[in-house]
Every structure is written in C-alpha cells, then in structure tokens.
Design a protein around this ligand. Structure first.
Ligand code: HEC
Ligand code: HEC
Length: 222
C-alpha cells in the first residue's frame, strides 16, 4: 500500500519541484555527458558505449530502477520505440519538461549506432518491466478506461493501440508495469501538448487528472 507520506513525496518530486530535489543527480549527469563527449573526441575508433557510466545512474543497469518515480522502466520495452524516443530527445521533438532537463543532454551525445545498441540492450533485459507490488487507488476504474475508453469524453479504449495486455508493439510502447508516477506525468505532457504525438495528444485532450491517475494505477498493477 502507498502511505500518505509516500504520496506527498511523489507530488513533491514531480514537475518543477524535482529540479531542487535532483540537484546531485543533475551533477552526475553533467559528468556522465562530459564522459561521452570525451570518449567521442578520443579518436581511437568507436568506444563501446558504457551503460554503467550514464544510463544506469538514473535507469539502473537493467532499466528497472525504482529510485526516482518519474524515471521510466526500460527493461523489455520494444526496441523500435526506444530508438524512436532517443532520436526524439536528441532532435528536440520530445521536449517535455523532464525530457528536456534529463534526457536531451544525454541523447545529444549519442550516435545512431549507440542509440541502436542501447535500445537493443534495454529491450533484451529480463525480467521485463512489471508491477512493483505498490498499489494505487483507482485501478478498477482505470481498467475500465483502458478496456472501453470513455465515450462521453471521446477518449478511445487504450487497448485499441496498446493491446489487451497493454503490451504494445514496435513503436507503440509497452505500458504494462510502467511506473505509476511516470505514466501520470506522460499523460499530463500529452494533455498539455509539451510531449508531441498526433495520436496521444488527441487521446489525452479530454482526460482528467483523476482519470490519468486511475489508468496509471491499473497499468502499474500489471
Ligand atoms: C539524469 C537521469 C537520466 C539519465 C542519466 C538517463 N535517463 Fe533516460 N530518462 C530519464 C527521465 C527523467 C526520463 C523521462 C523523461 C520524460 O518524462 O520525458 C527518461 C526517459 C528515457 C526514455 C524514454 C522511455 C519511454 O518509455 O518513453 C528512454 C528510451 C531513455 N530514457 C533511455 C536512456 C538511455 C539509453 C540512457 C543512457 C544513454 C539514459 N536514458 C540516461 C532520466 C535519465
Ligand atoms: C490510436 C492509438 C493509441 C491509443 C488509442 C492510445 N495510445 Fe497511448 N500511445 C500511442 C502511441 C503511438 C504512443 C507513442 C507516442 C510517442 O512516440 O511519443 C503512445 C504512448 C503512450 C504513453 C507513453 C509511454 C511511455 O513509455 O512514455 C502512455 C502512458 C500512453 N500512450 C497511454 C495511453 C492511454 C492511457 C490510452 C487510453 C486512454 C492510450 N495511450 C491510447 C498510441 C495510442
């Protein structure tokens, strides 16, 4: 069960408040990015990209970190989706707040080859992302939204694209077992248009904060 103070913590760690809380992390990222740039300049042929020097700081070695609640799980995510997102962070297309602050500097240092390698590495991690065992309120209502949509608000059934088990395919992400706070955050970004995707911007247009939390509660329980 989530305690009251855990929920307060989640709220504080979201959005702008996170900048402060992540002070030390931002430093680690700068170091990690400097490392990448340095390796690229060394000129002694391609340096194998080191997940442990960079991605692992935030995502964990296997893409299953639970240290920061707005950082997504990557373990077992579809490779094509991961490639696309890394390229979108790199070219500035995915410029929502957390993406801009934390992923853009990382992605700017990556070559196409490294993106391919990293996406393949995280896609191959097992066990794939899965429920953490922490339950959040509203999962039952969230399941109904996922399976049937909300006709009165023109919200389509999520399963139409993400699959009945929320497993996704190719560039349609697996969202089963994704972290609660991350999913709520992404739905907010799609809703306010700072994360751009024609399909998801339309889908999230009418979704309320309560509905975002419900559907995230369901997905994080899978
Ligand atoms: C400073 C912490 C940090 C580091 C280091 C970091 N990430 Fe991230 N990553 C994040 C955050 C935060 C997000 C969520 C961004 C958002 O909300 O748009 C994210 C999102 C992603 C996503 C999008 C996943 C999805 O489901 O859409 C991918 C892919 C990703 N990171 C891969 C990597 C790889 C590969 C590395 C190493 C090269 C890396 N990240 C390094 C913090 C980090
Ligand atoms: C018409 C197809 C379609 C429908 C219906 C749909 N999605 Fe999506 N969804 C996508 C696509 C495509 C993406 C990838 C967006 C991108 O590339 O940035 C996505 C991305 C997402 C993400 C981001 C995942 C991540 O790892 O960052 C979440 C969360 C999400 N959808 C939730 C939902 C929910 C909840 C619903 C139902 C209310 C829904 N989707 C309905 C196509 C769809």
């Amino acid at each position: 069960m989530t305690t009251h103070s855990q929920r307060q913590g989640s709220r504080r760690a979201s959005g702008l408040g996170m900048r402060g809380a992540w002070g030390p992390l931002a430093g680690a990222v700068l170091l990690a990015v400097a490392g990448v740039a340095g390796a690229a300049k060394a000129g002694a042929g391609p340096t194998p990209y080191r997940v442990s020097d960079n991605c692992a700081i935030c995502h964990g070695m296997r893409g299953a970190s639970t240290d920061y609640n707005v950082i997504p799980r990557l373990a077992g995510q579809h490779k094509a989706y991961l490639v696309m997102q890394l390229k979108q962070f790199r070219n500035g297309h995915r410029a929502d707040q957390n993406g801009n602050i934390y992923m853009a500097p990382v992605a700017q240092g990556l070559t196409d080859g490294q993106i391919d390698q990293l996406a393949g590495y995280f896609a191959a991690q097992r066990p794939r992302m899965q429920a953490s065992g922490v339950s959040h309120a509203g999962a039952k209502a969230g399941k109904a939204i996922f399976m049937n949509g909300v006709t009165s608000e023109q919200i389509p059934a999520c399963m139409e694209c993400h699959g009945a088990q929320a497993q996704g395919a190719s560039t349609f992400p697996d969202i089963a077992g994704q972290r609660y706070r991350y999913t709520v955050q992404q739905l907010k970004y799609f809703h306010n248009g700072t994360r751009k995707n024609t399909l998801m911007n339309q889908i999230a247009k009418n979704i309320t904060l309560t509905q975002m939390k419900e559907v995230a509660a369901y997905l994080s329980s899978l």
